[in-house]
Design a protein around this ligand. Structure first.
Ligand SMILES: CC(=O)N[C@H]1[C@@H](OP(=O)(O)OP(=O)(O)OC[C@H]2O[C@@H](n3ccc(=O)[nH]c3=O)[C@H](O)[C@@H]2O)O[C@H](CO)[C@@H](O)[C@@H]1O[C@H](C)C(=O)N[C@@H](C)C(=O)N[C@H](CCC(=O)O)C(=O)O
Ligand SMILES: Nc1ncnc2c1ncn2[C@@H]1O[C@H](COP(=O)(O)OP(=O)(O)OP(=O)(O)O)[C@@H](O)[C@H]1O
Ligand SMILES: N[C@H](CCC[C@H](N)C(=O)O)C(=O)O
Ligand SMILES: [Mg+2]
Length: 487
């Protein structure tokens, strides 16, 4: 068994009390999981401070403590290690503990406000189709080649990431695609990982509850690129004004993609239909089942990354045309009454705007576009009026409803959303707190050829109210009501 000193490799240590030449069992950052002989890493969180649980961890059997400030009274039987950053230390220790699994596969991280899940899932699909064993760490699920695991975060904690990467090593996985969220970067969840590539999608309003300013949110994303090694590639969307910012200080090889400006990977939308997109990508034409201009960006990023990872151009084009849409991302069906229902995970102002603009560019304008949308509780409040404005300006009818109110009062969230509705659009809107009722009403209002957009929850199969999750699936519910109303 490895000793404590072995997993401290690369950790910036300020002080040590006790011996690091000791055996240990497991590594934990939650005192409640600690048992005899474990190492406890005390992390300052957003709610509590892990340092307050050092005593409990020792009572539970911890024989080593990693922390940012040593407790005033030290126990002889325990080794204390004072580090600069406990969450960063945890990331390096987790990587060492699992024997640096990221070095044994080609790991690509995707960051940006929107498009991460779409890109990593499609890259996973594409490399599977190309015959490789592939891993995926995403908001929707974790895949160790064909084996599926439940995802709890977009970017899990560093112990969890390394645990799955190790499983991928054991399974012979050659490529892994992972989402890198701004929370993940800020909390050092991805430190200590060896990336072969990084992709930047775009930056727009989100998480301004967690990051104080937009500039801070941007700079956190940039840290991911600053940390990429020379051997990696950095592929960024330069139609986004922050694309070049990401490249400013990176050592990685720099590549760009765009629809509007000259770039290494340049696409042009030739056709944009409900059945898919026809693109000109560099010199080739390419058909994809993915819908909407924003997906032209995603496809271009996928094309670029696949080429940078060594696949042949012709093969990439063929495989892209076979890709299926990602669960809850512009997923749609047409009922027997010819009502189109679209389920989309748009939960930011920019995503909602893109999806509505896409629908408006496809529809003939004789139909109604009925949008059902809400905003999450305990999340960025400033995006609520913006989403209210966008939904009401770009739809013909809007039903504001609940989307995971969490600990907040649902009516208050809806009031925040309504603050963004301009007077001329108010008549188009109504509020129905119960999401199921809201979807039902949308179905009752819809006539043949009308379009219903249900935004915000995408693949989610629950509604979270006061910390309790109950089953809820937008797709199934709208399908059920449209069938019922047909009879
Ligand atoms: C705001 C946030 O990101 N919180 C994450 C953070 O928790 P925290 O800072 O609140 O932790 P805390 O409760 O203050 O506890 C601090 C430390 O004390 C420890 N503790 C606590 C209690 C105790 O009895 N003993 C003990 O040791 C905790 O284990 C922790 O290490 O660290 C935890 C462990 O890694 C995460 O599970 C938790 O994610 C929460 C559940 C969460 O909702 N996160 C969301 C916002 C999130 O991370 N989202 C991003 C992406 C979103 C996007 O892209 O749109 C994601 O990557 O999923
Ligand atoms: N490249 C893109 N640009 C803008 N909007 C996009 C793009 N790709 C997808 N979207 C929109 O954003 C929504 C979320 O997409 P996706 O799940 O891929 O993003 P994400 O970055 O993984 O989000 P999260 O931060 O929740 O993990 C989609 O349902 C779609 O409405
Ligand atoms: N990763 C995002 C997802 C938001 C999805 C939306 N349905 C909500 O619950 O707010 C978050 O945790 O902020
Ligand atoms: Mg995601």
């Amino acid at each position: 068994m490895k000793q404590l000193k072995d997993i401290l490799y690369k950790v910036t240590i300020n002080a040590v009390a006790g011996s690091t030449s000791i055996d240990y069992n497991a590594l934990h950052f939650d005192s409640r999981q600690v048992s005899k002989g474990d190492v406890f890493v005390a992390i300052k969180g957003t709610v509590v401070d892990g340092h307050d649980f050092i005593e409990t961890a020792i009572e539970n059997g911890a024989t080593a403590i990693v922390c940012e400030s040593l407790p005033s009274a030290l126990k002889d039987s325990v080794t204390y290690i004072e580090v600069e950053s406990a969450s960063q230390a945890l990331a390096f220790m987790a990587a060492n503990f699992y024997e640096n699994p990221s070095e044994n596969l080609q790991l690509v991280g995707v960051t940006g406000t929107n498009g991460k899940t779409t890109i990593v899932t499609l890259l996973y699909q594409l490399f599977k189709k190309a015959g490789y064993k592939v891993g995926l760490l995403s908001t929707v699920k974790i895949m160790v080649d064909n084996k599926e695991y439940k995802a709890t975060h977009t970017t899990p904690d560093s112990l969890t990431i390394n645990k799955y990467l190790k499983l991928m090593n054991d399974e012979g996985v050659e490529f892994c695609f992972m989402e890198v969220s701004s929370h993940g970067i800020h909390q050092h969840r991805t430190d200590g990982l060896h990336f072969q590539g990084g992709i930047f999608t775009n930056l727009s309003h989100d998480h301004l509850d967690y990051h104080d300013t937009f500039a801070e949110y941007r700079d956190v994303k940039k840290v991911f690129f600053d940390q990429l090694p020379k051997s990696a590639f950095a592929l960024v969307n330069i139609d986004d004004k922050n694309g070049l910012v990401m490249l400013q200080n990176t050592q990685a090889k720099k590549y760009t993609y765009a629809l509007k400006t000259y770039a290494d990977y340049k696409a042009q939308v030739l056709e944009n239909e409900l059945s898919g997109l026809l693109l000109k990508l560099n010199d080739s034409e390419l058909w994809t089942k993915l819908i909407g201009r924003f997906n032209a960006y995603n496809v271009t990023a996928i094309y670029g990354a696949s080429e940078l990872l060594g696949l042949e151009k012709v093969e990439i084009l063929r495989l892209i045309s076979e890709l299926e849409s990602v669960s809850g991302r512009f997923q749609y069906f047409i009922s027997e009454e010819k009502v189109t229902a679209i389920i989309d995970y748009a939960h930011t102002p920019d995503a909602l705007k893109n999806v509505l603009e896409t629908i408006n560019s496809i529809r003939t304008n004789n139909e109604e576009l009925i949008t059902v949308v809400g905003c999450g509780g305990d999340r960025d409040k400033t995006k609520r009026p913006k989403m209210g404005h966008i939904a009401s300006a770009l739809s013909t009818k809007v039903i504001f409803t609940s989307d995971n109110p969490r600990s907040e009062v649902p009516e208050t969230i809806i009031e925040d959303i309504e603050k963004g509705v301009e007077p001329q659009n108010f008549k188009k809107t109504m509020a129905i707190v119960d999401r199921r009722q809201a979807i039902k009403t949308a179905c009752q209002l819809a006539n043949s050829n009308d379009i219903i957009l249900i935004a915000g929850k995408g693949h989610e199969t629950y509604q979270e109210v006061n910390g309790k999750r109950t089953d809820f699936d937008d797709y199934k519910i709208v399908e059920e009501f449209l069938k019922q109303l047909q009879k």
